[in-house]
Design a binder for this molecule. Structure first.
Ligand SMILES: C[S@@+](CC[C@H](N)C(=O)[O-])C[C@H]1O[C@@H](n2cnc3c(N)ncnc32)[C@H](O)[C@@H]1O
Length: 393
């Protein structure tokens, strides 16, 4: 068996749901913020795997284990000695450390450095004492390529020892998010990583889906879909949104290696009225972020919330009923709808009931809310996204 640890992103439950959807539930263990999975064969193309998982910060390959601190130290030393004889810049990270182990990491870093004093080249570690190294530094220093970022995953009194084989490409996400020519902060745009998670929740292990986003806005889901190797179709009720999406997809073609033929069509259309004939290819799934309501900086009054949520609920319910004319039974519809972030979050209350009455089952993926949803929110925002994974039956 070949064991890998996937270090989960900030929205832990969403990241787990994404991985369960892509890799399935077999041979999986979730240990604090690490998703551990055993595979029959070694994984290939780690860069591609990492680049298609929006919820994973880094991937490490577990290559050894130890039952005591001294054995752990020795095994890490042996690993570094074998790896290089020249200059060595390394990092060690610890996950799921039991409480009252305050100086564990500091001691490990210092002892490993001391143990390497006979090493030919200069040896240094990049961690701040007792802090895991930020993945952006691992990326910038290319420690994943050098194999010198080591992770220790504490599990049932044992230490699993792993080397980082891929880390999130911060630069590429930032370019896709901020450098694209058409942005629409007023309607709202999905962060590219969240778009990838939604796509993975819909497509699972299928690497060749046809994805339809009928609320495409400025096209984040289509951009990420095509980068992940899926075929994409988009539509939006707004002429400006359709133009924005087309502009962004043209820009994507000029900046990234993609298969242009995978951009099937982008057209103006009301999502509640899409006809089978409007679609050049029938989609395998739908992935969309619906209308989020007017932009706000604080939670609106009750009457405004009611009006906004009624509008959104009506569009969503009509749209998912309409999708049934062109979706196959078993197809997934992944929807992000708004909620207001508060001490007690404010949701579109009756949406789950309407979904159930429309012939869809809500997939309860991993530690979902009582409503069957997963939440994406940020402290500095008023509006979060509530994510539903629906299956047509
Ligand atoms: C929040 S934006 C989607 C943003 C998009 N996910 C992105 O990242 O660029 C919602 C979009 O839904 C569109 N919309 C609202 N009502 C619609 C309807 N009935 N049919 C189709 N699109 C609609 C709006 O024009 C807007 O572009």
């Amino acid at each position: 068996m070949h064991q890998y640890g996937f270090i989960l992103g900030r929205k832990f439950k969403l990241s787990v749901a994404e991985l369960l959807s892509v890799f399935g539930e077999e041979n999986v263990e979730i240990v604090s913020d690490v998703f551990i999975k055993s595979f029959d064969k070694p994984l290939k193309d780690m860069r591609d795997i990492q680049d298609s998982l929006g919820g994973v910060v880094k991937i490490c390959e577990i290559f050894n284990e130890a039952v005591s601190f001294s054995a752990l130290e020795k095994k890490i030393l042996d690993y570094f000695r074998e790896l290089s004889s020249g200059k060595l810049t390394f990092a060690i990270n610890v996950y799921n450390l039991p409480p009252k182990n305050d100086n564990f990491l500091k001691k490990l870093l210092i002892n490993v450095k001391k143990g390497l004093k006979e090493h030919e080249g200069k040896v240094r570690f990049l961690n701040k004492p007792n802090r895991n190294l930020k993945s952006v530094v691992i990326y910038e220093e290319k420690l994943d390529e050098k194999g010198t970022d080591v992770s220790v995953i504490c599990k049932n009194g044992r230490y699993l020892i792993a080397k980082t084989v891929a880390v999130q490409d911060f630069k590429s996400y930032s370019i896709r998010d901020y450098d694209r020519p058409a942005r629409d902060a007023k309607s709202g745009m999905l962060p590219p990583k969240l778009a990838q998670i939604l796509i993975n929740l819909a497509c699972g292990a299928n690497k060749n889906c046809t994805i339809y986003d009928p609320f495409c806005g400025s096209g984040t889901i289509l951009m990420e879909g095509v980068l992940m190797g899926h075929k994409v179709i988009g539509s939006d009720i707004s002429e400006k949104a359709v133009l924005d999406t087309k502009t962004n997809l043209e820009w994507l073609k000029s900046q990234f290696k993609i298969n242009e033929n995978f951009i099937v069509d982008v057209f103006e259309n009301n999502a509640v009225k899409t006809m089978k004939n409007d679609l050049k290819i029938l989609p395998d799934c739908i992935v969309a972020e619906t209308f989020l309501g007017p932009p706000v900086t604080k939670i609106p009054d009750e009457a405004t919330i009611k009006n906004t949520f009624n509008d959104i609920e009506e569009i969503v319910v009509k749209a998912i009923n309409n999708f049934k004319q062109f979706l196959k039974i078993g197809s997934k519809v992944v929807l992000a709808v708004p909620f207001y972030i508060a001490q007690r979050n404010i949701f579109i209350e009756n949406l789950p009931t309407h979904i159930a009455n429309s012939g869809y089952k809500i997939d309860n993926l991993y530690e979902c809310t009582k409503r069957g949803s997963l939440l994406y929110d940020r402290e500095d925002q008023t509006v979060g996204r509530e994510i539903f994974v629906l299956k047509l039956y």
